[in-house]
Design a protein around this ligand. Structure first.
Ligand code: PLZ
Length: 443
C-alpha cells in the first residue's frame, strides 16, 4: 500500500455553489473537447472518492447515492480492491487472456460459478462492459439452440451497442436517431404491477401468449430479462412472473438469460436478484458491482450452453483484464468478509422507513419499491397517478445542487432511484434521503 493520505471524512460539505470556480473551468473545457452526446449529471468534477463520499475539485464533499450507477457497491476505493489493483499493476497489466492466460481470470470464473444461481456445472467468459456481456450471452444462446430470435420486455435496458440498443426498450435517449437496429429482436409485455395491475400469473399469461403467437418457440433462441428492471424504473415484477417465464423457456428449449448487470453482487440483499424470485437462469450476465469500479463483465451459464460456441468464437483483446480481475477478487472478498448482503438489508430498512414517512406527508410520492440497496419511488400527480417527469428532474437537480448525487430512471422519467454503496453509514444515508425528500417538499 502506498497511499498515505488521510481518510476522506464521511460527511457532506459544500464550500462553494456547484459548480465552484475550478469545476466551472473544467465544464467549459469539457464542452469544447467532449461531444454533447456524452452528458454528465453532476455540475462538478471528482478528484477523490472513498466509501460513500465523492470530493470535488473545489473541496466540496458529496454524498453518493448512485455508486457510479450501481458500480462501487463495496464503497468507493474499497481497501481490498485498491490493494488487489496495486499488486496486480506491479506484476503486469495485460497479456491478453487469448494469448497468454493468467490465474486471476480463472479464479473469477470459478467464483462466479460458485456464486451465481445457474444450475449444474457452469462456465464463465469475461468481457469489459455490460453491453458486451449481453452481446455474448445472445451469441452463446444462438450457437446452442441453432435458433435466432431473442425476446426482451417492455421497459428493458440492456445497453447501447447495436444489438443491445435493439434489446433496450426506451427510445430517448438510448436509440433515437441511431438505427437501424439488429434484426430478430422481439419485444413482449412484462410485469409492472403498479401500472398494469396484473398478478404475476396474468402478466405471464399475456407474455407467453405473445411469445407463442408473435415469435414461436421454434424460432426463439433466448428470452432476456432483468429480474428487477433498472433503467426502466426499478420495476419489481409481480410475484411468480419470472418463475412462469423461466419454466416456459425450459419447456420450450429457449435459453433464459437473466441480466443481473445492475441487480447483481449483493445490491438487492442477495448475491443475485434471481434468488429472491427462486429462479435458476440458464445464463446470467454480470458487470458493474463485480469489480469495485474496474471495467469487467461476465457471462456465466450452464456448461452445455456456454461450450456450444466453437473454440476461438468468444473473446476480445481486453476481456477479463488482469487488473480488473484482481479488483473483482477484492470486491467479492469484501462482500463475503464484510457481509454486505446484510448491509443491503440494513439500507433497505432505513430508506423504506424514511420514504414511507415522507409518503404519508406527500401524495406525490407514488409507489416505493425495490429490494435491498436498489430502491426507488415514483413521482406522480396525486390526483391521477400520472408520472410527473418535470417535477422528478427538478427535485433530483435540487438534491444534486445540495451535494447529494441523485439518479433518476424510468420509461416515464419519473422515478428517483437510490443506489448507495453498501458500506454507507446510517447517518450519511439518512442525510442524503432527507436532502431528497426536503427538495421534494420545497417544490
Ligand atoms: N444491462 C441491466 O443496467 C447499464 C446505463 C447507463 P454497460 N446500466 C446503466 C447509461 O445511461 O448508459 C446496464 C444495465 C443492464 C446492461 C447494461 C449495460 O452495461 O456496462 O453500460 O455497457
Amino acid at each position: 500500500m502506498t497511499s498515505a493520505s488521510t481518510p476522506l471524512p464521511q460527511s457532506r460539505r459544500l464550500v462553494t455553489d456547484l459548480p465552484g470556480p475550478k469545476a466551472a473551468e473544467l465544464l467549459s473545457r469539457q464542452k469544447a473537447a467532449v461531444p454533447a452526446g456524452v452528458a454528465s449529471l453532476m455540475q462538478t468534477f471528482a478528484v477523490r472518492a472513498e466509501g460513500g463520499v465523492v470530493e470535488d475539485v473545489d473541496g466540496n464533499r458529496l454524498i453518493d447515492l448512485g455508486s457510479g450507477i450501481a458500480v462501487t457497491s463495496v464503497g468507493a476505493s474499497a481497501p481490498r480492491v485498491v490493494a488487489g489493483v496495486q499488486e496486480q499493476v506491479e506484476q503486469f497489466t495485460h497479456t491478453c487472456f487469448m494469448v497468454t492466460p493468467y490465474e486471476g481470470y480463472v479464479a473469477v470464473a470459478e467464483k462466479l460459478g460458485e456464486l451465481t444461481p445457474v444450475p449444474g456445472p457452469t462456465r464463465t467468459a469475461l468481457f469489459n462492459s455490460g453491453a458486451e456481456a449481453v452481446e455474448n450471452a445472445v451469441k452463446v444462446a444462438r450457437a446452442f439452440t441453432g435458433k435466432q430470435a431473442v425476446a426482451a420486455f417492455d421497459h428493458a435496458y440492456h445497453g447501447r451497442t447495436t444489438l443491445t440498443m435493439a434489446l433496450t426498450s426506451k427510445s430517448m435517449p438510448y436509440k433515437h436517431s441511431f438505427g437501424p437496429f439488429a434484426s430478430e429482436i422481439y419485444r413482449v409485455s412484462g410485469s409492472y404491477p403498479y401500472r398494469d395491475g396484473l398478478s404475476g400469473d396474468q402478466a405471464a399469461d399475456r407474455a407467453i401468449d405473445q411469445l407463442e403467437k408473435q415469435i414461436g418457440a421454434a424460432s426463439l433462441a433466448a428470452v432476456i430479462m432483468e429480474p428487477i428492471q433498472g433503467e426502466g424504473g426499478f420495476i419489481v415484477p409481480a410475484p411468480g412472473f419470472l418463475q412462469r417465464i423461466t419454466q416456459w423457456c425450459r419447456d420450450n428449449d429457449v435459453v433464459f438469460i437473466a441480466d443481473e448487470i445492475q441487480t447483481g453482487f449483493a445490491r438487492t440483499g442477495q448475491w443475485f436478484a434471481s434468488e429472491h424470485e427462486g429462479i435458476q437462469p440458464d445464463v446470467i450476465t454480470t458487470a458493474k458491482g463485480i469489480a469495485g469500479g474496474m471495467p469487467l463483465s461476465a457471462v456465466t451459464g450452464r456448461a452445455d450452453i456456454m461450450d456450444a460456441a466453437h473454440p476461438g468464437g468468444l473473446g476480445g483483446t481486453y476481456g477479463g483484464n488482469p487488473v480488473a480481475c484482481a479488483a473483482a477478487l477484492g470486491a467479492i472478498e469484501t462482500i463475503e468478509q464484510d457481509d454486505l448482503l446484510q448491509e443491503a438489508s440494513r439500507i433497505e430498512a432505513i430508506a423504506m422507513e424514511h420514504l414511507r414517512a415522507a409518503q404519508k406527508q406527500d401524495a406525490r410520492i407514488g409507489e416505493i419499491r425495490g429490494r435491498g440497496a436498489m430502491l426507488a419511488f415514483e413521482v406522480v400527480d396525486p390526483g391521477t397517478g400520472e408520472p410527473d417527469a418535470a417535477l422528478t428532474s427538478a427535485v433530483a437537480a435540487a438534491a444534486r445542487s445540495a451535494g447529494v448525487i441523485t439518479l433518476t430512471c424510468g420509461t416515464y422519467g419519473n422515478v428517483i432511484r437510490l443506489l448507495p454503496p453498501l458500506t454507507i453509514s446510517d447517518e450519511l444515508l439518512r442525510e442524503g434521503l432527507s436532502v431528497i425528500t426536503d427538495a421534494l417538499a420545497a417544490h
